[in-house]
Structure formats: C-alpha cells, structure tokens
Ligand binder design. Structure first.
Ligand code: IDP
Ligand code: MG
Length: 141
C-alpha cells in the first residue's frame, strides 16, 4: 500500500463530539477516499501498543488514557502521496500552531486532545493499517 494509502483515526474527543461526519466530509473534499473504516473502543493494551513508539515520552500515560476514554474511528484513506497529503490536511499536533482550515485547527481542543491521528511514513501507515484491519477488510483498486 506504499505511496497511496495512509491510516487515520478520528480520536475519542472528536468522535464523542459527533464530528466524525464533518471530518470525513472535509477529507473527502480534499480528495481522500475511505477504503476501510470501523468504530471501536480501544483497550489500554491496544492503545499502549499502537503508541508504543512514544512509551518513554512524558505524555504517554495521558495519551493512552485519552485514547481509551471513548470510541474512536480508524480508517484507511487513499490519495496520491497519502501520508504527506494527510499530514497537511490535519495540521500541526498543537491546534494553536495548526494552519487555517486543517482538521486540528477546526476540531482539536489541545495538543493532547487533538481530534485526529495520521501516519507519519509509508512504513508506519502499513503497520498501523494492519493494526486495525485484516487484508480482507481493505477495498483497494
Ligand atoms: P502527531 O499526532 O501530530 O503525529 P506525535 O508527536 O506523534 O504527534 O504525538 C502523538 C500524539 O500524542 C499527539 O497527536 C497527541 O495526541 C499526543 N501528544 C503529543 N505531544 C503531547 C504533549 O506535549 N502533551 C500531551 N499530549 C501530547
Ligand atoms: Mg505521530
């Protein structure tokens, strides 16, 4: 899936505030196509594993607690250069620094509760898609 696919998660703050529809609409307007989607409430173990790369960071416990605070919505998205295109569309980690019109500028509350996740490389997009979806869930082509 290298190049044209990425993994996003509408995080519990935005999903719980009923912003999923607006966020998906914004991403579709920017040319992304939803290739797989589900709604689930992450366990501590799942959230801890998904964000294992941040295990040593001071915000790790807060991040796992937030990501398990309610349901979230992972999706595989398709677009040319999907990883960089989605990073542009979501904006900076801290909404105070996010560009106008980005998902985080519009919907994030804070640097921690920031509405949406996006993979940061093709390699991680593949790993993260595999975390939530089986090969047979993915509707490619
Ligand atoms: P990203 O989501 O923009 O890629 P990362 O640095 O990979 O940002 O951090 C992962 C997630 O951890 C962020 O989206 C945010 O939810 C949380 N996070 C990052 N930095 C902080 C912080 O300083 N305080 C609280 N939470 C943070
Ligand atoms: Mg990241």
């Amino acid at each position: 899936m290298a190049g044209n696919y990425t993994l996003t998660i509408i995080k519990p703050d935005a999903f719980g505030a009923a912003k999923a529809g607006k966020i998906i609409a914004l991403l579709e307007e920017k040319g992304f196509t939803v290739k797989a989607a589900r709604v689930l409430h992450l366990t501590q173990q799942q959230a801890g594993e998904f964000y294992a790369v941040h295990r040593e960071r001071p915000f790790y416990k807060e991040l796992v607690s937030f990501m398990t605070s309610g349901p979230c919505m992972p999706m595989v998205l398709e677009k040319a250069s999907a990883v960089s295109a989605l990073r542009d569309a979501i904006g900076a980690t801290d909404p105070a620094e996010a560009a106008a019109g980005t998902v985080r500028k519009l919907y994030a509350e804070s640097k921690g509760r920031n509405a949406i996740h996006a993979s940061d490389s093709d390699e991680n997009a593949t790993r993260e898609a595999g975390f939530f979806f089986a090969e047979t869930d993915l509707i490619f082509g």
